[in-house]
Design a protein around this ligand. Structure first.
Ligand SMILES: Cc1ncc(C[n+]2csc(CCOP(=O)(O)OP(=O)(O)O)c2C)c(N)n1
Ligand SMILES: [Mg+2]
Length: 718
């Protein structure tokens, strides 16, 4: 429902953290003079159980630090979650009050309904207050379902002074002493106070005490099973009707299997009021729009031309190349100000600290100190107009910023272009749920997966070396996942992404975002070959990088991605020299894109049995190649396997980095995972053996030549 859902949040905790960073992003837009957000407020509605999610409370101090008085959290404290009480033996409201107050928030508690006011006024010596404070939530839940007699005996009963206080109240009156969250006047006052908080510099949280299933009647209210009850009997519906004073509009004779919608008379005050409100809100249902109030022009070609020209003999990494691209885009006269670089405390790791001085780090309070490196050219420069969101060590917060920026095209009609660069291991694996939410929210932008690869990031240990984020990326529909080897591939992908997401396509599906691996291995970046259609082929996922060497006679096809191209290129030379094998080289930039196209073709064929079947693009492309297909990357074997069944008539050998790994040098890691030059040669020969083009002796020769130990431990187990 792209015309309806603006902020879909179902996975608990993501709503709160998204709201928080969204409020901050509104200030960023304001401070950078990109859009006037001064009249905008962000409201987040939370469950009390939801506050147990680390995402819910983990970032709240940012809101006070950033003085986000444009942010209101409303926590529905019904004291229950799914299975039972949130804090049966404690008091969730007091706990949350302490947490939020400690974090510098403006806390408004709406605990008791107006009918308690009289009693509290009589409470001169604080016995009632004490009783309220010492009654745990599990007990309060019980009071919500018991009759007045039980409340009189157990809540007011033990203390003579308390018992006297309610002597004049009937059991029924006792039972209906309301919680603050069901007292409309109290609630109104709380919301009003929250909105009047603007200017104080403090975010507000409203903690309201309620009863779960309120007004649904005795079978529902306050039961541990409340959340699970999905169907009401006729008696229960009638009880609810009575509670809501709807006797006039809901007859006794209702059909409980098909309960009617309530129809209010047009001249009733309720109807009049509701229509008035609809009018004030501009319609009866929320509407998501994508009209650009401040449209965005696409960037010029300059920054991309630089990517195409290669590194002229210099050894650089794709990360360094991308940093230049980002710099070029941030300077672009068309989109420059709309570029939002997001980094979680890794700018130096990625060589992006050069951007600190040039683009400045966003700091709502400016820079109140002279940085320790002030005399350096690349000093740590903060400013209210800063462009970089340096988020600190929070991938979740950075993702929330990515979502806020990447949905601004819709939420504000102001397309922004986020480039969130992070350790690839801490993306899909760490904050995959937020990435899924980003897709659900139709976020646009670029996720840049730096220090990618299980063997390229050397020596940092098993929790850093990423060989599977591309597998996880394959699970998210709108993600355009790429594993480029060269700067010109990165440039072509980003340029096409700009056109697709911000220029209205093609393809028509424009609400997508990109996931692009970046490596930290230095090698010479070749200039982009002049082949017609190459940029499109890079985006489609596969192109021929080099013809087979002339001379050798046995054909084979080798696919590489990312840094695996070095082993692949060396293997081609070895195979020609020692084994008479003529290997052609292909760069596989996106197995995900190839697979998705193939699946679409397969589906179309199934649904159109009597028409000329479509041939998946990957099969068409590889029809031009010869011999067995060997695919190598710095990711798990399942990544290239995504296309294997679409080239069914070919021997297909995937090489990859399956296994936890170890902390070691690149060389040792590539040997360990069996993706180094020797192992690539071995795999090609193995493929040729399967095709009957060489015999066992060639494979055995390679095992000996490259000093491969056939009895070494399987890297998957090591
Ligand atoms: C991350 C996540 N885990 C589990 C769930 C399943 N779930 C849906 S509602 C719910 C309980 C919510 O309790 P609370 O936050 O107190 O809200 P209430 O329904 O009581 O207002 C749970 C666990 C979920 N939606 N998201
Ligand atoms: Mg709850």
């Amino acid at each position: 429902m792209p015309d309806f859902w603006e902020f879909p949040t179902v996975s608990m905790g993501l709503g709160p953290i998204s709201a928080l960073y969204h409020a901050r992003f509104n200030r960023y837009l304001q401070n950078r003079h990109i859009d006037d957000t001064s009249g905008s407020r962000v409201w987040a509605f939370l469950g009390d159980g939801e506050t147990d999610e680390p995402e819910t409370l983990g970032a709240i101090s940012l809101a006070s630090r950033e003085q986000l008085d444009n942010l209101v959290f409303v926590v529905n404290c019904n004291l229950q979650r799914l299975d039972g009480p949130v804090r049966g033996n404690g008091k969730v409201i007091q706990e949350l009050e302490a947490t939020f107050r400690g974090a510098g928030w403006n806390v408004i508690k709406v605990i008791w309904g107006s009918k308690w006011d009289d009693l509290l006024a009589q409470d001169k010596d604080g016995v009632l207050l004490n009783q309220m404070n010492t009654t745990v939530d599990g007990e309060f839940q019980r009071y919500a379902i018991e009759d007045g007699g039980y409340i009189r005996d157990n809540f007011f009963g033990p203390d003579e002074r308390l018992r006297k206080m309610v002597a004049d109240l009937s059991d029924d009156e006792l039972r209906s002493l309301p919680r603050g969250g069901h007292d409309y006047r109290k609630l109104y006052a709380a919301y009003k106070a929250a909105t009047e908080n603007l200017g104080s510099g403090r975010p507000t949280v409203i903690l309201c005490k309620t009863v779960k299933g309120w007004t649904l009647g005795p079978g529902f209210e306050g039961r541990n099973s409340t959340h699970q009850i999905k169907k009401m009997t006729k008696d229960q519906i009638l009880a609810m009707r009575d509670r809501l004073h709807l006797e006039d509009v809901v007859p006794d004779s209702l059909d409980a299997d098909h309960p009617p919608y309530i129809k209010l008379a047009k001249d009733s005050v309720e109807f009049q009021y509701m229509m008035e409100r609809r009018k004030a809100l501009d319609g009866s249902i929320p509407k998501r729009t994508t009209v650009a109030r401040r449209p965005l022009d696409l960037p010029g070609d300059g920054p991309f031309a630089e990517m195409r020209s290669g590194s002229n003999g210099q050894e650089v990494s794709t990360t360094m190349a991308f940093t230049r691209l980002l710099r070029g885009l941030a300077r672009d006269e068309h989109i420059g100000p709309r570029v939002v670089p997001i980094i979680p405390d890794e700018a130096r790791t990625f060589g992006m600290d050069a951007l600190f001085r040039e683009l400045n780090i966003y700091a709502s309070q400016g820079q109140k100190y002279e940085p320790v490196d002030h005399d350096l050219l690349l000093s740590y420069s903060e400013s209210t107009k800063g462009q970089i969101l340096e988020e600190g060590i929070t991938e979740a917060g950075s993702m929330a910023s990515f979502i806020a920026a990447g949905t601004a095209y819709s939420t504000r009609g102001v397309p922004m272009v986020p480039f969130y660069t992070f350790y690839s291991m801490f993306g899909f694996q760490r904050v995959g749920d937020l990435i899924w939410q980003a897709a659900d929210m139709r976020t646009r932008g670029f996720l840049m997966a730096a220090t990618a690869g299980r063997t390229t990031l050397l020596g940092e240990g098993l929790q850093h070396q990423d060989g599977h984020s591309l597998v996880l990326a394959s699970t998210v529909p709108f993600v355009q996942a790429y594993d480029p080897a060269f700067a010109y591939e990165v440039g072509a992908i980003v340029q096409a992404g700009m056109v697709r997401m911000y220029g209205g396509g093609p393809p028509e599906q424009t609400d997508v975002f990109y996931y692009i691996t970046l490596y930290n291995e230095n090698y010479e970046m070749p200039p982009m070959p002049d082949t017609p259609g190459l940029a499109e082929a890079i985006v489609e996922g596969l192109y021929k990088y080099a013809d087979a060497p002339t001379g050798p006679t046995i054909p084979a096809t080798l696919l590489f991605s990312g840094t695996a191209h070095t082993a692949a290129r060396e293997a081609v030379a070895e195979l020609a020299e020692h084994y008479d094998v003529a290997t052609e080289l292909w760069s596989a930039t996106s197995y995900k894109a190839l697979r998705e196209e193939a699946l679409a073709a397969e589906r179309w064929n199934r649904l159109h049995p009597s028409q000329e079947p479509r041939v998946p693009r990957v099969a068409q492309i590889l029809a031009d190649s010869q011999g067995p297909i060997i695919a190598v990357s710095d990711f798990m074997k399942i990544v290239p396997e995504q296309v294997q069944r679409f080239v069914p008539d070919r021997t297909f050998v995937p090489l990859g980095t399956d296994g936890m790994g170890r902390s070691d040098t690149r060389e040792a890691l590539r040997r360990h995972f069996e993706v180094d030059t020797g192992h690539v040669v071995l795999a090609v020969l193995d493929g040729l053996l399967a095709d009957g083009k060489v015999d066992e002796s060639a494979v055995e020769d390679a095992i000996a030549r490259y000093d491969i130990d056939p009895e070494s431990i399987d890297p998957y187990l090591a």
